[in-house]
Design a protein around this ligand. Structure first.
Ligand code: AMP
Length: 113
């Protein structure tokens, strides 16, 4: 389970966010340092650290996060976009509460750095 992070404080209402979507399982809000015209983070309300920590009981929740990512992209009016889940510090994870980046609105290069 994740300890207190910036994202758990957003979920608790202690910190503000630019909300895009919310339901009983997750919250989506704009990244404060957007890497593209659309850059939204979808986070579970459950305090999961990252994909290394998930268990089979999280299967529905993980699927739900991807469905919400797709819903967010539609809402933002983009048809090409990338989802990113950084797992661990060496992969670029800086906030240790699971989150799905939804990035789009410009041409994206591959492979990532
Ligand atoms: P990651 O590097 O994959 O852990 O992604 C963490 C993301 O959270 C980064 O893209 C940050 O810009 C973003 N971020 C950090 N603090 C906030 C915040 N208070 N509100 C929105 N996004 C944030």
């Amino acid at each position: 389970m994740a300890s207190e992070t910036i994202f758990s404080r957003i979920l608790d209402g202690e910190l503000p966010c630019d909300e895009v979507y919310s339901d009983e399982h997750c919250l989506a809000f704009r990244d404060v340092q957007p890497q593209a015209p659309v850059h939204v983070l979808v986070i579970p309300r459950k305090p999961l650290v990252n994909l290394s920590e998930v268990e089979s009981q999280d299967q529905m929740l993980l699927g739900h996060l991807l469905l919400v990512a797709s819903k967010v992209a539609r809402k933002e009016g983009i048809s090409s976009w990338r989802t990113v889940i950084n797992n661990g510090a060496d992969a670029g994870q800086t906030v240790f509460h699971l989150h799905v980046h939804v990035i789009g609105g410009r041409s994206l290069s591959w492979p990532p750095g």
